[in-house]
Design a protein around this ligand. Structure first.
Ligand SMILES: [Zn+2]
Length: 304
């Protein structure tokens, strides 16, 4: 929809920037998707079927929105959301089957605000939660989801809040959209202690944000000993972002990525899947994603 910050141009700018960087990593422009029905079967593990049908119907009747005006819908929205979820599912299966150990998914729409029963905050289906769920079901091993998007991932937190097999940590601006993510939200039942929130005041820069993220990651990883680490990689904490109000730079994202890579080497034999979430300044998102990929790929000298 015209003027909406979560628009296709975000991804085009990122992909063009990665192509310009050339051959330092394996770029799969059209990732293999699981068939639509298979994808939706997995989506329904975590989401109500009624949400799937609301999005399908709204796309057919577009333009319109699903659940709130935060989630406008075009005729291509259903297809885009299913494709993003399909890449998430397929990547999780590839990891489970030993075909990959590390990947970054440049997908949209984002997912971490999507709740079981409703779309929220530009998100329809919770892509990273789908990755975690596929791995948890296939392997039955502890999975840790780290989230450095400037917003709290309410949907991801709620889906695993009472579960002992998937941990979630988030460093985010607070109070801020979506309103959740206070420090005393720590999980319940078998999930008690599996959720770790670090709220930060508006304006936090690299040192504060990255230190908080490193400490939280170390604490939760030590507690749950994850066999797989997932990252909700949102770049809307960048100082140029029109939405986030924080002061991160590419260096901050490098530092946090290094921490996640290191944790994956310590705990999960390098297994690490990073999924794009927010980031609404296309140029800053593109340069931050490049920095992120250089660290994921272990490139010490960067891309010139
Ligand atoms: Zn965000």
């Amino acid at each position: 929809m015209l003027g909406h910050p979560e628009a296709p141009g975000r991804l085009r700018t990122v992909l063009t920037s990665l192509e310009d960087a050339g051959g330092r990593w394996e770029l799969e422009r059209e990732a293999a998707l699981s068939p639509e029905d298979d994808t939706l079967g997995v989506v329904r593990w975590l989401h109500d079927g009624a949400l799937v049908e609301r999005l399908r119907t709204a796309s057919q009747a577009a333009p319109g929105y699903v659940d709130s005006t935060d989630n406008p819908v075009s005729s291509g929205s259903f297809r885009a959301a299913v494709a993003a979820a399909g890449i998430a599912v397929q990547t999780a299966l590839d990891l489970v089957n030993g075909r990959l150990t590390r990947a970054f998914l440049a997908i949209r729409p984002p997912g971490h605000h999507a709740e079981r029963d409703r779309a929220k905050g530009f998100c329809f289906f919770n892509n990273i939660a789908l990755v975690a769920e596929v791995i948890a079901r296939a392997w039955g091993v502890p999975v840790l989801i780290a989230d450095y998007d400037v917003h709290h991932g309410n949907g991801t937190q709620h889906m695993f809040y009472d579960r002992g097999d998937v941990g979630y940590l988030s460093v985010h601006r607070y109070p801020f959209f979506p309103g959740t993510g206070a420090g005393d939200e720590t999980g319940e039942g078998p999930g008690l202690g599996m959720t770790l929130n670090v709220p930060l005041a508006v304006g936090a820069r690299d040192a504060v944000y990255a230190s908080a993220f490193e400490a939280a990651l170390e604490e939760l990883a030590n507690r749950i000993r994850p066999a797989v680490i997932l990252l909700s990689a949102g770049f809307d904490g960048h100082q140029s972002d029109p939405v986030g109000g924080m002061g991160l730079t590419e260096e901050g994202y490098r530092r946090m990525t290094r921490a996640v890579v290191q944790a994956s080497e310590t705990w999960s034999e390098g297994r690490l899947i990073s999924v794009l979430e927010g980031g609404y300044h296309p140029g800053a998102t593109a340069t931050s994603v490049r920095a992120h990929l250089e660290e994921l790929a272990g490139l010490e000298d960067g891309v010139s």
